[in-house]
Design a protein around this ligand. Structure first.
Ligand code: F3S
Length: 62
């Protein structure tokens, strides 16, 4: 599965980074940097928590 961040939807809440800094990265203003990585199932709970933490629904697993 692919984990991506839609940087057009990101509003800089930085909650994804707060939950899983080893997966998500942010710039100096707190906006998520582009992400496009393959992840294995079962999905790591920190990745799932990062997705759930984004109030803009900018993080997708597909
Ligand atoms: Fe952006 Fe959502 Fe993370 S708004 S910084 S992708 S929590």
């Amino acid at each position: 599965m692919k984990l991506t961040v839609d940087t057009n939807k990101c509003s800089g809440h930085a909650r994804c980074y707060a939950v899983a800094p080893e997966v998500f990265d942010i710039d100096d203003l707190g906006y998520a940097l582009p992400l496009d990585v393959e992840v294995e199932e079962p999905i790591d709970e920190r990745i799932a928590a990062g997705i759930a933490a984004c109030p803009e629904h900018a993080i997708h697993l597909h």
